[in-house]
Every structure is written in structure tokens, then in C-alpha cells.
Design a protein around this ligand. Structure first.
Ligand code: FAD
Length: 312
């Protein structure tokens, strides 16, 4: 961890150094706003991913290498990277935000971009952690293609799990869905029931089996499903508690993601959001697109706010 911050005043501070935060940093810094980026590289959802569906990549790239390049790029354009988490944020009387870091330093900034990603809800069963990336996945859109011609199992009760299972039918040789109880629309239920997805309703997963990769999963009634992939679709938690204290509004449908306009503005003036924390799809392409818009908008807001205060 770094010792003492030389600078504590910035135009724009970005909470999160995943693809959304790094892209926001590139655009904010290039727009000549003094920009800081917070967060730990290993905490990005991308860190352990292998990516093959992001524009212009011909070869599969590791998320770690994409993030390394992104960090160098952001620094090259003048952004300051601080590998620390934020523990508090409040608005102060001159209109700026005071952003408190875990080292207890405080940054004073005109504009904030929230790009803290989400953490997936887990099954919390034996084998899940050990086989992550070796057959256990939390993202159908990201990993479906790796299971072409193989047997996969979706786990979850909601529309994300059911839509995921229907999508997997396009690539997998056989698709199972394990659900405690289904909570979906009539239309989706009809689509599911008229599809070849093999349903295991009223069941829970008790463990995932396999040594170096997933081979099967065990249900609570003792039934064993031979499968190469287990997609856990139990929804996501946002790191949004930090900003809801400022009055940031959440999306009206799920109340789990930060609600934003097309300019990535939240309902709090000067506070923007981008990436997974704004809701699905969980994809780099969406995260960087939103990061770009948020970076430009936040830089513009910060310059205007600073000029207004200087004139008054
Ligand atoms: C296993 C896996 C495979 C995937 N594969 C693909 C793929 O092939 N293609 C694809 O497009 N997408 C893929 N994804 C999804 C993709 O990684 C995410 O959509 C993307 O990383 C979201 O970017 P983000 O910047 O919003 O959040 P993240 O990348 O999750 O970054 C969040 C950042 O916020 C920081 N942070 C959190 N809390 C705090 C705090 N309190 N203070 C400061 N900083 C904080 C973290 O340190 C981190 O730097 C995959 C995801 C996973 C998990």
C-alpha cells in the first residue's frame, strides 16, 4: 500500500478500476480533468476472466492482461491510480465531494464516477469456489461458447436463469435447470416448458463434483447430474451502499442497481455511474461504453462547477 498521498484535490475521482473505471479515466484525463482512480485490480470481475467476445480481439486474452494494459493507458494520459478502497463519501459545503479512503486520507473532488462493479450471489456449496473457471461460471453471455456440444446445468429461480438455459440450448448438447421454485412470467414459463431444457424443480444443489474440472453435481435428493458446466444465476449484489447514503436512486424494477440517464448521470448532481453497477448485461463492451460517457460528462461537470465557484 502506498504511504502518503501528495495530491488530495482532484476534478474527477473514479471509484473502481475495472474496465468501466479505466475507460472513464482515459476520457476524463484526456479531457484535461485532474483525475484519480481508486480500487484494487484483483477485485475486478475481469481479473480472472478469459475474454474472446470483446470487439477487435482475435485471440482469447486474459482479463489480467487487459486490466494491466488499461492501467498503463490511463496513467499515460495523466490519471493517478490509487490502489485503495473507498470507505465513505459525503458532500461538503462548497459543493465538492469528500471521498474517504481506507488509509484515512480524504480526497476533495468536484465530480465522482461510481464504477464499483457487483459481486455475484453464490451457491455456497462444496466445489463451487474450487472449480470456478474450471466449469463453474456466473455469466452465460461470457462463457456459453466454451460449452459447445457439452452438457451444462443452470442453477437459479428467476428469469436470468431461465433465459440463460434457453440460450444454452443453442450451443450445448443437453441443458439442465435446477431451481428451488420458479419466479418467472407466464410467457417465459411457457417458453421453458415447451423447450428441451430438463427441469429439476423443487431441488437444491448440495455439491459440485470434479477434480481439475466440473464432472457432475449432486442434488439434495441424492440425484447426480453428469455435467461439464455449472452456471450459477442467482443474481448480483451491488457495492452501492456507499452511495445510497448520498440519496442515489436505484432502478425501479429490481432496486439493486444505480439508475442512470443516457449521460450516465445519477439523480445526485455531479455523481455519475458506469459498468456492472448500473445493471446487466455483465459485459466489458457495455462497461467501457458507459465508462466513456461518464468520463466525458464528469470532466465537463467538474470544470463548470470549479469555474462557477471561482467566479462567485
Ligand atoms: C469469470 C468471469 C468471466 C467473464 N468473462 C467475460 C467475457 O468473456 N466477456 C465480457 O465481456 N465480460 C466478461 N465478464 C464480465 C466482465 O468482467 C464485467 O462485466 C466487467 O468487469 C465489469 O466492469 P466494471 O468496471 O463495471 O466492474 P469490475 O470489473 O468488477 O470492477 C469493479 C472495480 O471496483 C472496485 N471497487 C469495489 N469496491 C470498491 C470500493 N469500496 N472502493 C473503491 N473501489 C472499489 C474493484 O476493486 C474493481 O476495481 C466476466 C466476468 C467474470 C466474473
Amino acid at each position: 500500500m502506498r504511504s502518503i498521498l501528495v495530491e488530495t484535490e482532484f476534478d474527477v475521482v473514479i471509484l473502481g478500476s475495472g474496465p468501466a473505471g479505466l475507460q472513464a479515466a482515459v476520457h476524463s484525463a484526456r479531457a484535461k480533468a485532474k483525475t484519480a482512480v481508486l480500487g484494487k485490480v484483483r477485485s475486478s470481475a475481469l481479473y480472472r476472466a478469459h475474454v474472446e467476445n470483446y470487439c477487435c480481439l482475435n485471440d482469447t486474452l486474459s482479463g489480467e492482461s487487459i486490466l494491466r494494459e488499461g492501467r498503463h493507458q490511463a496513467e499515460k494520459f495523466g490519471a493517478v491510480l490509487i490502489e485503495e478502497d473507498v470507505i465513505g463519501i459525503e458532500r461538503i459545503s462548497d459543493g465538492r465531494f469528500a471521498v474517504k479512503l481506507e488509509s484515512s486520507d480524504t480526497l476533495l473532488v468536484w465530480s465522482v464516477i461510481v464504477a464499483m462493479g457487483i459481486s455475484r450471489n453464490h451457491l455456497n456449496v462444496a466445489g463451487e469456489k474450487e472449480l470456478l473457471g474450471k466449469g463453474v461460471s456466473y455469466c452465460v453471455d461470457c462463457d456459453a461458447n466454451f460449452y459447445r456440444g457439452r452438457v451444462v446445468t443452470l442453477v437459479g429461480d428467476g428469469s436470468a436463469a431461465v433465459s440463460g438455459a434457453l440460450k444454452m440450448l443453442l450451443v450445448a448438447s443437453q441443458t439442465h435447470l435446477v431451481c428451488a421454485s420458479l419466479d418467472i412470467s407466464e410467457k417465459l414459463r411457457y417458453q421453458l416448458e415447451s423447450s428441451p431444457v430438463e427441469l429439476h424443480c423443487g431441488r437444491k444443489v448440495s455439491r459440485i463434483l470434479g477434480d481439475s474440472e466440473v464432472q457432475a453435481l449432486l442434488l439434495d435428493n441424492g440425484e447426480k447430474i453428469e455435467t461439464s458446466g455449472v452456471f450459477v444465476e442467482l443474481g448480483a449484489k451491488g457495492a452501492i451502499e456507499l452511495v445510497t447514503g448520498l440519496g442515489v436512486a436505484l432502478d425501479s424494477e429490481t432496486m439493486r442497481f444505480v439508475a442512470v440517464t443516457k449521460k450516465q448521470e445519477t439523480n445526485v448532481a455531479g455523481l455519475y455511474a458506469a459498468g456492472d453497477i448500473c445493471g446487466p448485461p455483465w459485459q466489458i463492451a457495455k462497461a467501457v461504453g458507459e465508462g466513456c460517457v461518464a468520463g466525458l460528462e464528469a470532466a465537463s461537470w467538474a470544470k463548470k462547477a470549479a469555474a462557477r465557484v471561482a467566479q462567485s
